[in-house]
Design a protein around this ligand. Structure first.
Ligand code: SAH
Length: 365
């Protein structure tokens, strides 16, 4: 039995070329694209603007396939986690975090990860492989299926934002990630704006410029330490691309502006990286970069060699960063009851700082 080819994950040009092999004109490919990415159709039979014979021809050779959902869990706070199984039996996670004014989908780029960051659970997984563009864009489509968001809504979406903060290092799988992002951004399809997509990297410096110039999406950097000595230990990739080079790449990031700041993620590890002196050093390091800081409470996993910082330490750290003019929301852990290890985005809703709450209470905010 010959395997049918998946049309999901082909670029527009590839889809046109594929259809040309059937003798179909480019506008047929465009109609097909609309059905697949705007309408969310999975069955060629439903594609009623296409001639019946053409639909039958498509069904003989192709499929419109998503990853298989091997487990879905929903947290009390509405966070959903899907464990996805791919054709070779490998699995990865995808998480949807609803908030009042938006909904964020945390997407994986690899099965496992080669970076072995000391606080990250994914780094303990042995097997690593890149996800294909189809497997990456398929996560978004599967979430849309589950949320009932077809055809792609213009407003009032439950899935408004995408963050590449799931398993894997997206810049070690750049080609597939870029292809998937371009499909997601296409206006005649999933239509997610580049302003609503954030790519998070542990700091693959030579690739950073391309993210800005070719994709134009938002950049997030997993910083976590302010000295090379500590960062070498927490994020071993730092030995290859030290802090100075990473900061330099951020300074030169093409689309960074005050309206589109670079996010610096900083996981709060008790007694490791959470002192006031480190907060001050962080502020100095970011000087001149349009930046915001995400302080992420460490999400402990069995056997993890760290603890999460105390609330007090986090608050002090956040105060120092805030006082220097950087927004530094402390992320409220989400989906803890379903262990949404989408490690990564533990969080979403911003816990207002005490001073802001007081101001708000006094009606001066
Ligand atoms: N490789 C990419 C994307 C995946 S990690 C990167 O490093 O950015 C996404 C984010 O989750 C990173 O900031 C990572 O440092 C953070 N993270 C991983 N494990 C965590 C944990 N146990 N607790 C809190 N944050 C964690």
């Amino acid at each position: 039995m010959s395997q049918k080819k998946n049309l999901v994950g082909l670029s527009r040009d590839e889809l046109v070329a594929e259809m040309a092999t059937l003798g179909a004109a480019p506008f047929r490919a465009r109609q097909l694209w609309h059905w697949i990415y705007h309408r969310g159709a999975r069955d060629f039979g439903a594609m009623t603007t296409l001639a019946k014979t053409f639909r039958e021809q498509l069904a003989q050779s192709y499929v419109v396939a998503r990853p298989v959902e091997s487990r879905a869990q929903i947290s009390q706070d509405g966070t959903r986690k899907w464990l996805l199984a791919f054709a070779d039996g490998q699995e990865a996670e995808c998480v949807h975090i609803p908030e009042e004014d938006r909904g964020t989908l945390c997407v994986s780029s690899q099965v496992g990860c080669t970076l072995t960051c000391k606080f990250c659970h994914t780094g303990t997984q042995r097997l690593v492989r890149n996800l294909s563009a189809a497997e990456i864009v398929g996560q978004i489509m599967l979430a849309r299926d589950a949320l009932g968001e077809w055809p792609s809504p213009k407003d009032d979406r439950q899935l408004t934002n995408i963050v590449l903060m799931g398993m894997g290092e997206p810049l070690y799988n750049y080609d597939n990630v870029a292809k998937a992002i371009k499909i997601a951004m296409d206006h005649e399809g999933l239509s997610v704006s580049k302003r609503k997509i954030t790519l998070s990297t542990a700091g693959v410096v030579p690739m950073i410029e391309r993210v800005g110039s070719e994709l134009g999406v938002n950049l997030a950097i997993s910083l976590h330490a302010v000295t090379d000595e500590l960062r070498d230990m927490l994020v071993p990739l730092n030995k290859k691309y030290p802090i100075k080079d990473l900061i330099e790449a951020c300074r030169n990031y093409p689309t960074a502006s005050n309206a589109r700041r670079i996010t610096f993620e900083y996981v709060m590890l008790k007694g490791v990286n959470d002192s006031p002196a480190e907060a001050r050093a962080l502020v100095r390091l970011l000087a001149g970069i349009p930046a915001k800081v995400n302080l992420i409470p460490f999400n402990a996993w069995p056997g993890a060699p760290f603890e999460c910082s105390d609330d007090d330490a986090i608050e002090k750290f956040s105060d120092i960063v805030n006082a220097a003019g950087y927004a530094s929301p402390v992320r409220t852990p989400r989906g803890r009851d379903i262990l949404a290890a989408c490690g990564q985005l533990k969080s979403a809703s911003v816990k207002l700082r005490k001073s802001e709450l007081l101001k708000e209470a006094a009606g001066t905010a």
